[in-house]
Design a protein around this ligand. Structure first.
Ligand SMILES: O=c1ccn([C@@H]2O[C@H](COP(=O)(O)O)[C@@H](O)[C@H]2O)c(=O)[nH]1
Length: 235
Protein backbone atom coordinates (compact mmCIF):
# COMPACT_ATOMS: atom_id res chain seq x y z
CA UNK A 1 0.00 0.00 0.00
CA UNK A 2 1.23 3.47 -0.99
CA UNK A 3 1.75 5.93 1.88
CA UNK A 4 -0.72 8.80 1.97
CA UNK A 5 0.90 12.23 2.22
CA UNK A 6 -2.28 14.01 3.24
CA UNK A 7 -4.61 14.05 6.26
CA UNK A 8 -7.57 14.55 3.89
CA UNK A 9 -10.22 11.85 3.66
CA UNK A 10 -12.51 12.54 0.69
CA UNK A 11 -16.13 11.58 1.47
CA UNK A 12 -17.53 9.82 -1.60
CA UNK A 13 -21.22 10.64 -1.21
CA UNK A 14 -22.62 9.83 -4.67
CA UNK A 15 -25.70 7.96 -5.83
CA UNK A 16 -23.89 6.99 -9.04
CA UNK A 17 -20.93 4.59 -8.80
CA UNK A 18 -19.58 5.68 -12.19
CA UNK A 19 -19.43 9.32 -11.10
CA UNK A 20 -17.58 8.26 -7.96
CA UNK A 21 -15.14 6.13 -9.97
CA UNK A 22 -14.57 9.03 -12.39
CA UNK A 23 -13.47 11.17 -9.44
CA UNK A 24 -11.37 8.35 -7.96
CA UNK A 25 -9.59 7.89 -11.31
CA UNK A 26 -8.21 11.44 -10.96
CA UNK A 27 -6.77 10.72 -7.50
CA UNK A 28 -3.93 8.60 -6.16
CA UNK A 29 -3.58 6.99 -2.72
CA UNK A 30 -0.82 9.53 -2.04
CA UNK A 31 -3.27 12.46 -2.52
CA UNK A 32 -5.92 11.42 0.00
CA UNK A 33 -7.79 8.62 1.70
CA UNK A 34 -11.41 7.81 0.77
CA UNK A 35 -14.56 7.51 2.85
CA UNK A 36 -17.53 5.32 1.94
CA UNK A 37 -20.67 6.13 3.88
CA UNK A 38 -24.20 4.89 4.23
CA UNK A 39 -25.46 6.02 0.82
CA UNK A 40 -22.81 4.38 -1.35
CA UNK A 41 -22.53 1.27 0.82
CA UNK A 42 -26.30 0.75 0.70
CA UNK A 43 -26.39 1.26 -3.06
CA UNK A 44 -23.20 -0.50 -4.13
CA UNK A 45 -22.11 -2.68 -1.20
CA UNK A 46 -18.84 -4.44 -0.36
CA UNK A 47 -17.81 -4.67 -4.03
CA UNK A 48 -17.55 -0.89 -4.22
CA UNK A 49 -15.36 -0.80 -1.12
CA UNK A 50 -13.13 -3.54 -2.53
CA UNK A 51 -12.80 -1.65 -5.83
CA UNK A 52 -11.17 1.19 -3.85
CA UNK A 53 -8.93 -0.92 -1.61
CA UNK A 54 -7.75 -2.85 -4.68
CA UNK A 55 -6.51 0.47 -6.13
CA UNK A 56 -4.40 0.93 -3.00
CA UNK A 57 -6.58 3.53 -1.24
CA UNK A 58 -6.98 3.56 2.54
CA UNK A 59 -10.75 3.37 3.01
CA UNK A 60 -12.71 4.70 5.97
CA UNK A 61 -15.99 2.74 6.09
CA UNK A 62 -18.28 5.25 7.81
CA UNK A 63 -21.29 3.12 8.76
CA UNK A 64 -21.53 4.38 12.38
CA UNK A 65 -22.68 1.09 13.88
CA UNK A 66 -24.96 1.42 16.94
CA UNK A 67 -26.70 -1.71 18.25
CA UNK A 68 -26.46 -4.27 21.04
CA UNK A 69 -22.82 -5.25 21.73
CA UNK A 70 -22.83 -8.64 19.95
CA UNK A 71 -24.48 -7.28 16.79
CA UNK A 72 -22.23 -4.24 16.65
CA UNK A 73 -19.08 -6.30 17.16
CA UNK A 74 -20.01 -8.75 14.38
CA UNK A 75 -20.82 -5.89 12.03
CA UNK A 76 -17.39 -4.38 12.78
CA UNK A 77 -15.72 -7.72 12.07
CA UNK A 78 -17.56 -7.98 8.74
CA UNK A 79 -16.42 -4.44 7.87
CA UNK A 80 -12.83 -5.18 8.87
CA UNK A 81 -12.85 -8.27 6.66
CA UNK A 82 -13.32 -5.93 3.67
CA UNK A 83 -9.79 -4.69 4.25
CA UNK A 84 -10.72 -1.17 5.34
CA UNK A 85 -8.28 1.12 7.13
CA UNK A 86 -10.79 2.63 9.57
CA UNK A 87 -14.37 2.00 10.72
CA UNK A 88 -16.63 3.45 13.36
CA UNK A 89 -19.38 2.97 15.93
CA UNK A 90 -21.50 5.50 17.82
CA UNK A 91 -19.89 6.22 21.20
CA UNK A 92 -23.41 6.74 22.60
CA UNK A 93 -23.81 2.94 22.26
CA UNK A 94 -21.80 2.79 25.49
CA UNK A 95 -18.55 1.33 26.79
CA UNK A 96 -19.68 -2.30 26.69
CA UNK A 97 -20.70 -2.03 23.03
CA UNK A 98 -17.45 -0.32 22.02
CA UNK A 99 -15.25 -2.68 24.07
CA UNK A 100 -16.94 -5.81 22.65
CA UNK A 101 -16.29 -4.54 19.11
CA UNK A 102 -12.67 -3.65 19.87
CA UNK A 103 -12.03 -7.06 21.48
CA UNK A 104 -13.49 -8.97 18.54
CA UNK A 105 -11.28 -7.03 16.10
CA UNK A 106 -8.20 -7.64 18.25
CA UNK A 107 -9.00 -11.36 18.51
CA UNK A 108 -9.24 -11.67 14.72
CA UNK A 109 -6.52 -9.37 13.35
CA UNK A 110 -2.86 -8.91 14.08
CA UNK A 111 -3.21 -5.32 12.79
CA UNK A 112 -6.89 -4.45 13.13
CA UNK A 113 -8.32 -1.40 11.35
CA UNK A 114 -8.66 1.76 13.43
CA UNK A 115 -11.89 1.68 15.44
CA UNK A 116 -13.27 5.17 16.07
CA UNK A 117 -16.23 6.39 18.15
CA UNK A 118 -18.64 8.97 16.76
CA UNK A 119 -19.31 11.62 19.42
CA UNK A 120 -21.66 14.46 18.43
CA UNK A 121 -22.44 14.85 14.71
CA UNK A 122 -20.94 17.98 13.22
CA UNK A 123 -24.40 18.92 11.93
CA UNK A 124 -25.53 19.49 15.55
CA UNK A 125 -25.10 22.53 17.80
CA UNK A 126 -25.83 23.15 21.50
CA UNK A 127 -29.53 23.60 20.86
CA UNK A 128 -29.80 20.30 18.99
CA UNK A 129 -28.03 18.48 21.84
CA UNK A 130 -30.24 20.06 24.47
CA UNK A 131 -33.36 19.15 22.48
CA UNK A 132 -32.37 15.50 23.09
CA UNK A 133 -32.64 16.12 26.84
CA UNK A 134 -28.86 16.30 27.33
CA UNK A 135 -27.93 19.07 29.77
CA UNK A 136 -24.53 19.78 28.24
CA UNK A 137 -23.14 21.88 25.41
CA UNK A 138 -22.17 20.01 22.23
CA UNK A 139 -18.50 20.45 23.21
CA UNK A 140 -19.06 19.06 26.72
CA UNK A 141 -20.95 16.06 25.31
CA UNK A 142 -18.07 15.41 22.86
CA UNK A 143 -15.60 15.31 25.77
CA UNK A 144 -17.89 13.02 27.75
CA UNK A 145 -18.35 10.54 24.87
CA UNK A 146 -14.65 10.67 23.95
CA UNK A 147 -13.88 9.65 27.55
CA UNK A 148 -16.11 6.58 27.13
CA UNK A 149 -14.43 5.76 23.81
CA UNK A 150 -10.97 5.95 25.37
CA UNK A 151 -12.12 3.86 28.34
CA UNK A 152 -13.33 1.21 25.86
CA UNK A 153 -9.90 1.15 24.19
CA UNK A 154 -10.94 2.76 20.90
CA UNK A 155 -8.30 4.43 18.74
CA UNK A 156 -9.99 7.82 18.68
CA UNK A 157 -13.17 9.69 17.89
CA UNK A 158 -15.10 11.53 15.21
CA UNK A 159 -15.68 15.07 16.46
CA UNK A 160 -15.59 18.58 15.06
CA UNK A 161 -12.29 20.38 14.75
CA UNK A 162 -13.69 22.93 17.20
CA UNK A 163 -13.18 20.36 19.99
CA UNK A 164 -9.79 19.09 18.76
CA UNK A 165 -7.52 21.13 20.97
CA UNK A 166 -9.48 20.32 24.17
CA UNK A 167 -9.58 16.61 23.24
CA UNK A 168 -5.83 16.41 22.58
CA UNK A 169 -5.14 18.04 25.97
CA UNK A 170 -7.52 15.69 27.76
CA UNK A 171 -6.83 12.37 26.00
CA UNK A 172 -3.30 12.70 24.57
CA UNK A 173 -1.66 12.99 21.17
CA UNK A 174 -2.11 9.33 20.22
CA UNK A 175 -5.91 9.46 20.50
CA UNK A 176 -6.93 10.01 16.86
CA UNK A 177 -9.25 12.87 15.96
CA UNK A 178 -11.24 12.46 12.76
CA UNK A 179 -12.99 15.69 11.88
CA UNK A 180 -15.76 16.25 9.33
CA UNK A 181 -17.36 19.69 9.02
CA UNK A 182 -14.28 20.99 7.23
CA UNK A 183 -14.91 23.98 4.99
CA UNK A 184 -12.28 25.90 3.02
CA UNK A 185 -12.75 29.68 3.35
CA UNK A 186 -15.91 30.74 1.45
CA UNK A 187 -17.20 27.19 0.78
CA UNK A 188 -20.89 26.43 1.17
CA UNK A 189 -21.55 25.26 4.75
CA UNK A 190 -24.62 23.15 3.82
CA UNK A 191 -26.03 21.21 6.78
CA UNK A 192 -22.84 21.40 8.86
CA UNK A 193 -22.93 23.51 12.05
CA UNK A 194 -19.57 22.98 13.82
CA UNK A 195 -17.10 23.82 11.06
CA UNK A 196 -13.47 24.87 10.60
CA UNK A 197 -11.06 25.51 7.72
CA UNK A 198 -8.54 22.76 6.84
CA UNK A 199 -5.51 24.76 7.99
CA UNK A 200 -7.06 25.78 11.31
CA UNK A 201 -8.28 22.21 11.92
CA UNK A 202 -4.76 20.81 11.54
CA UNK A 203 -3.30 23.49 13.81
CA UNK A 204 -6.03 22.71 16.38
CA UNK A 205 -5.01 19.03 16.49
CA UNK A 206 -7.16 17.19 13.91
CA UNK A 207 -5.43 14.07 12.60
CA UNK A 208 -7.76 13.45 9.66
CA UNK A 209 -9.93 15.96 7.79
CA UNK A 210 -13.09 14.46 6.28
CA UNK A 211 -14.10 16.60 3.30
CA UNK A 212 -17.00 15.80 0.99
CA UNK A 213 -18.99 18.30 -1.02
CA UNK A 214 -16.37 21.09 -1.19
CA UNK A 215 -14.28 18.58 -3.21
CA UNK A 216 -16.82 16.22 -4.80
CA UNK A 217 -19.20 18.95 -6.02
CA UNK A 218 -16.44 21.19 -7.37
CA UNK A 219 -16.01 21.74 -11.11
CA UNK A 220 -12.44 20.51 -10.71
CA UNK A 221 -12.28 18.28 -7.62
CA UNK A 222 -8.60 17.41 -8.08
CA UNK A 223 -7.66 21.10 -8.20
CA UNK A 224 -9.62 21.79 -5.00
CA UNK A 225 -7.96 18.83 -3.26
CA UNK A 226 -4.51 19.95 -4.44
CA UNK A 227 -5.20 23.48 -3.17
CA UNK A 228 -6.25 22.11 0.24
CA UNK A 229 -3.15 19.90 0.43
CA UNK A 230 -0.98 22.87 -0.57
CA UNK A 231 -2.60 25.04 2.10
CA UNK A 232 -1.41 22.41 4.59
CA UNK A 233 2.12 22.56 3.12
CA UNK A 234 1.93 18.89 2.17
CA UNK A 235 1.66 18.73 -1.62
O1 LIG B 1 -20.22 14.07 12.64
C1 LIG B 1 -20.15 13.70 11.46
C2 LIG B 1 -19.90 12.40 11.09
C3 LIG B 1 -19.80 12.07 9.76
N1 LIG B 1 -19.95 13.01 8.80
C4 LIG B 1 -19.79 12.59 7.38
O2 LIG B 1 -18.70 13.32 6.81
C5 LIG B 1 -19.01 13.74 5.50
C6 LIG B 1 -18.95 15.24 5.43
O3 LIG B 1 -19.31 15.65 4.14
P1 LIG B 1 -19.36 17.19 3.71
O4 LIG B 1 -19.93 17.11 2.32
O5 LIG B 1 -17.94 17.70 3.74
O6 LIG B 1 -20.25 17.92 4.65
C7 LIG B 1 -20.37 13.14 5.15
O7 LIG B 1 -20.15 11.94 4.47
C8 LIG B 1 -21.01 12.85 6.50
O8 LIG B 1 -21.82 11.71 6.47
C9 LIG B 1 -20.22 14.29 9.15
O9 LIG B 1 -20.37 15.19 8.29
N2 LIG B 1 -20.29 14.62 10.49
Amino acid sequence: MQNCNSPVVVALDFNDAQKAQQLVSQLTPADCRLKVGKEMFTLFGPEFVKSLTSKGFDVFLDLKFHDIPATTAKACLAAANLGVWMLNVHASGGVNMMQTAKNLLQDNFQNPPLLIGVTVLTSMDDQDIQSLGIQRSAGEQVIHLAGLAQQAGLDGVVCSAQEASALKSEFGQDFKLVTPGIRPEGADVGDQKRIMTPKKAISSGSDYLVIGRPVTQADNPKAVLDAINQSLNLA
